[in-house]
Design a protein around this ligand. Structure first.
Ligand code: PEP
Length: 250
């Protein structure tokens, strides 16, 4: 583990949760005591106020799963970065593969969202990753570089402020995890790309996401360029999520 990069573990609740279920989950996370990683949960928009209230004065951060690229205006259904910042949001996922695929989000739109978040002091967690077809066609490197390049170009000298999450699409919610070697190989590529773009590359956090569970988190997080994880399904169960948060210490 690099001493200069404390692990970061972020839960992505996706479109799950109820007021009561979140209450139990947040209480369990809060009462776990000090954790060896930085930890945050990304809740659906209607529950952000609940996360803000419940996690106030706790070391656990919270974030959103998406934001608009626009400042404000006639964009029914959208939530701006300014609104998220208004009540203390620390992180915002942008470009999750489900949004790229289901909402046709382009690389440039993802980059614009990252810029909108940063402009409001919110750390964008920029998700990149190839589909199974792209991996099998040998296009992994080209795809993730293209996705990251759009964000680097748009953020300019602020590129070092983002968190990057490598999430191979074929590993998300499938139970099929990238091997530690496969994940590390892509993380090393991304780190090299960041080095060419920003003097902060060595300090930047690069997360791995895709079927991370308590039994595989330790070996993934032990890779030199993997600085933690973006956790979907396993973040909904406090015992599993906490076990993953502790995996960074091993
Ligand atoms: C995700 O939603 O970002 C994710 C990685 O999901 P899962 O952990 O369920 O594969």
């Amino acid at each position: 583990m690099s001493p200069s990069r404390r692990k970061l573990v972020v839960g992505n609740w996706k479109m799950h949760g109820t007021h009561a279920a979140n209450e139990a989950l947040l209480e369990a996370l809060k009462s776990a005591g000090p954790l060896p990683s930085d930890v945050a949960v990304c809740a659906p928009h209607p529950y952000l106020a609940q996360a803000a209230e419940r996690l106030a004065r706790s070391a656990i951060g919270w974030g959103a799963q998406d934001c608009s690229a626009h400042e404000q205006g006639a964009y029914t259904g959208e939530v701006s970065a300014a609104m998220l910042a208004d009540f203390g949001c620390r992180y915002c996922l942008v470009g999750h593969s489900e949004r790229r695929a289901l909402h046709a989000e382009s690389d440039q739109l993802v980059a614009d969202k990252a810029q909108a978040a940063l402009a409001r002091g919110i750390t964008p967690i920029v998700c990149v990753g190839e589909t199974l077809r792209e991996r099998e066609a040998g296009e992994t490197e080209a795809v993730v570089k293209r996705q990251l390049s759009a964000v680097i170009h748009t953020l300019g000298h602020c590129a070092g402020e983002m968190v990057v999450a490598y999430e191979p699409v074929w590993a998300i919610g499938t139970g099929r995890t990238a091997t530690p070697e496969q994940a590390q190989a892509v993380h090393a590529l991304l780190r090299a790309q960041l080095h060419a773009a920003t003097p902060r590359a060595a300090q930047m956090k690069l997360l791995y996401g895709g079927s991370v569970k308590p039994d595989n988190a330790g070996v993934l997080f032990a890779q030199p360029d993997i600085d933690g994880g973006l956790i979907g399904g396993a973040s909904l169960k406090a015992t599993d999520f906490l076990a993953i948060c502790r995996a960074g210490a091993h």
